[in-house]
Design a protein around this ligand. Structure first.
Ligand code: E4P
Length: 217
C-alpha cells in the first residue's frame, strides 16, 4: 500500500519524505489556502521534494477552463497529477487529460457508481472520502470495499486512493481491503509508528544496556 500525505505544508512534507516511506502528496484548494502561499510555487516546491505523484486540484467548474487549468498545473512539474472533482465536467476533463498522458486523480467520490464512471474516464486514481461519509453516519470503509471489488471485477487500472482518512484504523482497514493508496494528514502517518509497548520495551532494553557499561562502536 502506498502512503501519500494530505497537506501543502512543505516543512511536514520534507520531514516525512526523509523517512523514505512517503510515496506521494495530495493537496486540495483548502490545504493550499491554509498554506497561505501561491499555488504554483507551493506545488513546484513539493514536486522538488517528492518523486511520486503530487495531486494539484483544478478550481474551475466548466470543462474548458478545467482543461486549461489542468494543462497549466501539469506544466509545473512532470510528477504533477491533476485533480478534478467528480462531476460531469470533471470526468470529461479527466478523459481528455488521461488520453494526453496526464495522470488524473478524481476527487470528492462518495459512491461506487461514481468510482465506476471515473475508471471508465481513464482516471489514474479515484479518491473516495471515507471520513466525510463516516461523519454523516454512512459507511466509508464499505465504499472502499465496493470500489476495490468493482475495479477487480473489470481489471480497471485506476488505483483506489483512500482519502479523508482520520485515524490509524482507517489505514488498517484500507490495507486489509487491498486499497492501493491511502492519503492521510501528517499526524496520522506519525501515529502509525507508535505503540506504548514499543516505548516501554525500548526503555527497559536501554536501561539494562546502560548497566553493562558497553558501547557497540
Ligand atoms: C484528498 O485528496 C483530500 O484532500 C482529503 O483527504 C480530504 O480530507 P478531509 O475530509 O479530512 O478534508
Amino acid at each position: 500500500m502506498k502512503f501519500f500525505v494530505d497537506t501543502a505544508d512543505v516543512t511536514d512534507i520534507r520531514a516525512l519524505a526523509g523517512s523514505g516511506l512517503l510515496d506521494g502528496v495530495t493537496t486540495n484548494p483548502s490545504l493550499i489556502a491554509k498554506s497561505g502561499r501561491k499555488m504554483s510555487e507551493v506545488i513546484a516546491e513539493i514536486c522538488d521534494i517528492v518523486e511520486g505523484p503530487v495531486s494539484a486540484e483544478v478550481t474551475a467548474t466548466d470543462h474548458e477552463t478545467m482543461l486549461a487549468e489542468g494543462r497549466y498545473l501539469r506544466s509545473i512539474a512532470s510528477n504533477v497529477c491533476v485533480k478534478v472533482p467528480l462531476t460531469e465536467a470533471g470526468l470529461r476533463t479527466c478523459k481528455v487529460l488521461s488520453d494526453e498522458g496526464t495522470p488524473v486523480n478524481v476527487t470528492l467520490c462518495f459512491s461506487a457508481n461514481q468510482a465506476l464512471l471515473a475508471a471508465k474516464a481513464g482516471a489514474s486514481f479515484i479518491s473516495p472520502f471515507v471520513g466525510r461519509l463516516d461523519d454523516i453516519g454512512q459507511d466509508g470503509m464499505g465504499l472502499i470495499a465496493d470500489v476495490v471489488q468493482i475495479y477487480r471485477n473489470y481489471a480497471f487500472k485506476t488505483e483506489v486512493l483512500v482519502a479523508s482518512i482520520r485515524h490509524p484504523v482507517h489505514v488498517l482497514q484500507s490495507a486489509k481491503l487491498g486499497a492501493h493508496v491511502g492519503t492521510m494528514p501528517p499526524s496520522v502517518i506519525r501515529a502509525l509508528f507508535k505503540h506504548p509497548l514499543t516505548d516501554k520495551g525500548l526503555e527497559a532494553f536501554l536501561a539494562d544496556w546502560a548497566k553493562t557499561g558497553q558501547t557497540i562502536i
